[in-house]
Design a protein around this ligand. Structure first.
Ligand SMILES: O=C(O)[C@]1(O)C=C(c2cccc(Sc3ccccc3)c2)[C@@H](O)[C@H](O)C1
Length: 146
């Protein structure tokens, strides 16, 4: 059983600017926490980040090879990418969308998510803990569907 932690554009800069919105935790610290939680869950965890839409799509396509749950924070692509939406729909793998901030309390343009249209569920506004909660949900989904 595998879980892919996939992060989109600019999230590699987490913790460096705008701590009031995205907190002070770095992406590397989030990935370390996900790896530790994966060990507790007994699942293999792969963490990746890309600023490039096509590279994120390639990561999603690779999940066709093995039963994998996907934790996806697509960053700004959340609000624009029909290509990411189609990639998720094409692999038929469970996806939990995660956002550090509560996108529904922010600018209007962040209230639309193409990812939510094809994701199993969405967690937003809970900071880095949202990734751990998403992993718990996916571990249960993967167990039920295996
Ligand atoms: O809340 C999120 O996790 C979100 O996915 C993350 C986003 C985001 C946007 C810009 C930068 C970053 S990461 C960052 C934050 C502060 C300084 C540098 C980079 C995330 C937004 O595009 C999304 O609307 C919301």
């Amino acid at each position: 059983m595998k879980i892919l932690i996939l992060n989109g554009p600019n999230l590699n800069l987490l913790g460096l600017r705008q701590p009031e919105v995205y907190g002070q935790t770095t992406l590397d610290e989030i990935h370390q926490a996900c790896q530790a939680h994966g060990k507790m869950l007994g699942v293999e965890v792969k963490c990746a980040q890309s600023n490039h839409e096509g590279e994120l799509i390639d990561w999603i396509h690779k999940t066709r090879a093995t039963p994998t749950g996907i934790v996806l924070n697509a960053g700004a692509y959340t609000h624009t990418s029909i290509a990411l939406m189609d990639a998720i729909a094409s692999v038929e793998r469970p996806v939990v969308e995660v956002h550090l901030s509560n996108i529904h309390q922010r600018e209007e343009f962040r209230h639309t998510s193409y990812i939510s249209k094809v994701a199993r569920g969405m967690i937003c506004g809970l900071g880095p803990h949202g990734y751990v909660l998403a992993m718990d949900a996916l571990a249960q989904v993967l167990k039920n569907e295996s």
